[in-house]
Design a protein around this ligand. Sequence first.
Ligand SMILES: Nc1ncnc2c1ncn2[C@@H]1O[C@H](COP(=O)(O)OP(=O)(O)O)[C@@H](O)[C@H]1O
Ligand SMILES: [Mg+2]
Length: 354
Amino acid sequence: MQDLCKRFSRVRKSRCVENSLDRGGIAAKLSAMGIMKRTCFPEKKKKRWDSHQPKKTGKVRPLGIRESTWEVNEDPPKQTGKDADLNVSENRQVFSENEAKKGASLFVVTSGKGGVGKTTLSVNLAVELASRGLRTMLVDADLGLANAHILMGVRPSLTLTDYLEDRCSVSEILAEGPCGLKLISGGQGIKEMADLDAGGRKRILDAILDLRAYADVIIIDTGAGVSSTVTDFVEAADQTIVVTNANFTAIANAYGIIKVVTQDGYKQPIHLVVNRARSPEEAEQVCEKLTGCTQKFLEMEISYLGLVPEDPRVNRAIQKRTPFTQLFPDSTASQYMKKLVDRIEQISDQKIQT
Ligand SMILES: Nc1ncnc2c1ncn2[C@@H]1O[C@H](COP(=O)(O)OP(=O)(O)O)[C@@H](O)[C@H]1O
Ligand SMILES: [Mg+2]
């Protein structure tokens, strides 16, 4: 790793766990905690974002920001990154030694259930962090089904597949994203990557750990579930962000991944983001119930990092291959994303020394 990392635009255990989710057990536990009760998801009690008064329970740390209205300014965004059109990335970059600084904070974004918004969250978090001048890398570790590059309008010419097959070094995979963000893509539509063995996973993890010297923050976007292709990345991370929606299966599976990594000995902070929330109250209820379960059955605390509201602009931004924080910077979703990034900046040094 001597030839790492050219121009960041600004200064500044692996264990095979193939167990499936104990759905019955989880359902019973969540039910015991009241999570299955319809009252947890009060369709009729849905409140406007502007009337929200976050509860201060001490355990759950809401990041609710007040919104005066759901309506947002849809003026064209200020493009600080690349155009929405797909761009061939500038690969084969060389990092200079003097850019090596203190090691980056390593966040992993994961979930029990697929499709809850991990990649959307990861991409927008990473772009927002990069826009704030932090040297940021995003690793798309949804191996074989990587799609973070699509959400940011980048077409990487090299992926982790090329690295694993010894066609290039890891620094040559780094693709240029918006705001100076560096992207490592996990390869799309490649079965061998999805079935990667322990040796391959270790090579990828070692490469990521080597890159830490050249970044301030590294975000790893994983696939869903409790297979080793997910848990290996969690176990290497300084902090884990579990993403869920408010629906029961997503919450139950979020509990499942927390249970698996905790029982495997993961001791670093675990944070929760509730995506596609229909109200701040709904997100807080999801978090309180999940926190109740982890305290009662796993004897561990998770913290509430925040929420991203359900917002059709998120999907529109994906179709335009531009992060929604850039395309719709004044949208409610972008405002909440900025709060999440504020919080990440605050907690980025919270690795527990083990
Ligand atoms: N906050 C949101 N509001 C509306 N739709 C969303 C939101 N977040 C995600 N989505 C939708 O959910 C889909 C799946 O998101 P994605 O990030 O790919 O999930 P995952 O990475 O967990 O599989 C996206 O294509 C998008 O349409
Ligand atoms: Mg994804």
